[in-house]
Design a protein around this ligand. Structure first.
Ligand code: MIG
Length: 777
């Protein structure tokens, strides 16, 4: 029965005019505090409010019973002991921490959240929190004229999602990846709102199909789910960087990846034989094109059975892997979740006998058609099954494999719905529930099983995981590529906001298939894309069966030499990149960022899609169109130097820059510094000469940054085997003062000093007060 507080809204043409009826949560009848939670009994449901830190609050609504606060697959922390001030009047309950003020109106129940300065972060629209008889839950929030929305994980379209309606449902989308294709492989129901230079975040931790609607109204936006609880966290910011630190405090940060995984990856669906892989590797060596990883797509397996090699195509994988490793190249094989139904296949036998596959409630195994034919799917929602799957990876690690590529883990199934039957009942560690509820976390949990299993099997070496599907928190296990794009200029363009929004969603290690997956690429597109790829966090060239091969040498010497230059540049920039990855592992900040992250006060950055930053001081302005050699570049506040030409540019200005096919415009902010290594050879990728380029400023500037390094492949850094320098740089008239604020760790790198090189006008340089151009380590 719906009470009189129910209301109807007309979300627009989509419903053909028929109203959708929601039940409002109603009035607060009673509330009390228990432990860290405030519990409210309302006329039409129950609500809890918990503070996780002074700047993070969680609100959970359940229409029937007390909210279950232990369902999260993403949140890895519990509430801290936060000091809360409390003022209770007849109309209002005010809860105050050092960072947040919650004004809870009682009739009807509505929450307005402000920061300690009275800045409103979120306030509920007149409709508040509500639900429908079909189980849908929804929150309506007021939308400000100045609100801009970012994050939302992996989405097509532009950076700012105002005016969009987004759906979260992990989906294998071979085509088309159009601007309106918004359910893709990853679902990260999280976003950041930027309003007048200040930011806050909302994480809607609901694993059902969810929607975010910033389109239907100019007065309010909403987020909703097909079922479950309305369960969301508000993060106070106020800087976009704070929001990301707060969000990744909740959902975790990426562990330091192995350094080799930051190199260039070459892939193809598929390199089909050992001979082909050897020839490919030789090509890289002979041409002196850097490569760290060759991926093996599904053809390496025996009839697409995971944890097998095809004996004819790959007669001696162990030898292949050892030989490639000598050449400085690692092999990463693909592993899909589908296990072929074949009673003579050990993985299938074990899976059935040990009861590890997803089943219907009645007990029948769910079978779906995927590459191996009819297949069963491990129930990754169960710890026991994750362990089993993880242990199976000894098959790979025992022959020298250190990285795994998880595909098809939405899970994708070749049928009408593209996925598993929604009625399948997952075990879910003792809390059984349907695939409808857990669909969006299947990939995350496969990633967890794989990463943890690989880590265990590698005995101290860092595993690398590449995963297609995921949910909030996926950064704890792997890197993400953006799936089956196509060799279109439009897809090169779209990859920038896509990767930037993934970065704003806590996932720093991402990138698209460079050159485009489906469709035939062409020389110019591949060259421009490789220039961009050299600076995206994940850098892999991958292409589909039946389309043109797109290794860097496929289009002749002219293009090869340009691509080679940029792939080598990737390695020259490795010390800089690795230091940024270190930061990401510490505070969750993305390696590749939109400009708005560094310049939130500057409205010109709010929907700047065709430029990006690497860290806090470098702007890339690639050419993203065919036959084009000029483009406009917006440079924010400060003075900038173009990396290759050394030309200076004024900030807060749009400049027209020229870039021939061999040029990628890169701008470094004056007053800052860049760490540069060198390219030696595939067999020897270690930096031996480390240079710090200081971009001298003419006005007084201070810049602080951290340089980090370690062995790049083990967990020895956890025991102090690293080197970390906090460096301050002061640009003064005619002078650069470098101060090593702290130096930490006992790792001995191959270089024993950092050479300081000043870019710009002549300066005297001092290190810790003494005239010198070297930092001794
Ligand atoms: O149904 O393994 O996105 O990268 O090459 C296609 C074959 C399955 C989809 C992946 C793609 C991979 C391909 N896979």
């Amino acid at each position: 029965m719906l009470e009189d507080t129910s209301f109807a809204i007309h979300p627009g043409k989509e419903t053909n005019g028929s109203a959708v009826v929601y039940q409002d949560i109603g009035n607060v009848m009673d509330f009390y505090k228990e432990g860290t939670a405030y519990l409210f009994t309302c006329s039409n449901g129950k609500v809890t409010i918990q503070f996780y830190t002074p700047s993070i609050v969680r609100i959970t609504m359940n229409s029937k019973e007390w909210p279950n606060l232990n369902l999260s697959k993403s949140v890895i922390v519990t509430p801290q002991a936060v000091t809360i001030g409390e003022t209770n009047t007849k109309e209002l309950l005010v809860l105050k921490t050092a960072e947040l003020v919650l004004k809870i109106r009682k009739s009807p129940f509505r929450v307005a959240i402000e920061d300690q300065n009275g800045r409103i972060l979120v306030s509920e629209d007149k409709q508040g929190m509500a639900y429908r008889e079909n189980g849908e839950v929804i929150a309506f929030k007021k939308m400000d004229k100045e609100d801009h929305f970012y994050g939302f994980g992996e989405k097509s379209g532009h950076l700012d999602k105002r005016g969009e309606k987004l759906e979260m449902w992990n989906t294998d989308v071979y085509a088309p990846h159009n601007p309106e294709t918004n359910a893709l492989y990853e679902s990260i129901p999280y976003f950041m709102t930027l309003r007048d230079g200040k930011a806050h975040g909302i994480f809607f931790d609901n694993t059902f199909k969810t929607y975010f609607d910033m389109k239907s109204s100019e007065e309010y936006y909403s987020f909703s789910a097909e079922g479950g609880q309305l369960d969301y966290y508000v993060m106070a910011g106020p800087h976009p960087k704070h929001v990301l630190e707060q969000y990744t405090y909740l959902t975790g940060r990426m562990p330091l990846p192995p350094k080799w995984s930051l190199g260039y990856h070459q892939s193809r669906y598929s390199y089909e034989t050992e001979a082909e892989v050897r020839e490919l590797a030789n090509n890289f060596i002979e041409r002196d094109i850097p490569v760290d990883v060759i991926h093996l797509d599904i053809h390496y397996m025996n009839g697409y059975r995971v944890f097998t090699f095809d004996k004819e195509r790959f007669p001696n994988p162990e030898k292949l892997i050892a030989d490639l490793k000598e050449m400085g190249i690692r092999v990463v094989p693909i592993v899909d979740p589908g296990v072929k139904k074949d009673s003579e296949y050990p993985i299938y036998q074990e899976g059935v006998l040990e009861d590890n596959f997803c089943k219907y409630i009645e007990g029948d195994i769910y079978y779906g058609e995927v590459w191996p034919g009819n297949s069963a799917f491990p129930d990754f929602t169960e710890e026991r099954v994750r362990k089993w799957w993880g242990e199976k990876h000894a098959f790979y690690t025992s022959i020298g494999i250190e990285g795994i590529w998880n595909d098809m883990n939405e899970p994708a199934v070749f049928n009408e719905t593209k996925t598993m039957d929604l009625e399948v009942m997952h075990r879910n560690d003792g809390n059984p529930t349907t695939h409808r509820e857990l669909h969006n976390v299947y990939g995350l949990l496969m990633g967890k099983a794989t990463y943890e299993g690989m880590k265990e099997n590698l005995h101290g070496k860092r595993p690398f995981l590449l995963t297609r599907a995921g949910y909030a928190g996926v950064q704890r296990y792997g890197s993400v590529w953006t799936g089956d794009n196509r060799s279109f200029w439009e897809h090169l363009q779209m990859s920038l906001p896509m990767v930037m929004n993934l970065g704003l969603s806590g996932v720093p290690f991402t990138g698209p298939d460079v050159g485009g997956f489906a469709h035939d690429t062409n020389a110019e597109l591949l060259t421009r894309w490789t220039q961009v790829g050299a600076f995206t966090p994940f850098f892999r060239n991958h292409s589909a069966i039946g389309f043109r091969y797109q290794e860097p040498w496929q289009f002749g010497e002219k293009y090869e030499s340009i691509m080679k230059k940029y792939i080598q540049m990737r390695y020259k920039w490795m010390p800089q990149l690795y230091s940024l990855f270190y930061q990401a592992s510490k505070n969750g900040l993305p390696v590749m960022r939109p400009l708005l992250m560094e310049y939130p006060e500057d409205a010109k950055t709010y929907n700047l899609n065709d430029q990006f930053m690497l860290g806090d001081n470098v702007i890339m302005a690639p050419i993203l169109n065919p036959s084009v050699t000029d483009r406009a570049v917006y440079l924010p506040k400060g003075e900038w130097i173009e990396y290759t030409t050394g030309v200076s540019y004024e900030g807060e200005n749009v400049h027209l820059v020229h870039a021939e096919l061999e040029d990628l415009p890169i701008f470094v902010r004056k007053g800052t510094a860049l760490l540069q290594g060198e390219w030696n050879s595939n067999q020897d990728k270690q930096t031996k000469t480390l240079t710090m380029k200081v971009y001298a400023s003419d006005s007084e500037e201070n810049y602080s940054f951290t340089f980090y390094d370690d062995d790049g492949e083990t967990f020895a850094y956890e025991n102090g085997e690293y080197i970390k320098l906090d460096i301050d740089i002061q640009s003064l008239k005619g002078k650069i003062n470098i101060n090593i604020v702290t130096i930490e760790g006992n790792y001995n790198p191959a270089y024993n000093e950092i050479n300081v090189e000043v870019v710009g006008t002549e300066r005297t340089v001092s290190v810790n007060g003494k005239n010198s151009h070297t930092i001794k380590l």
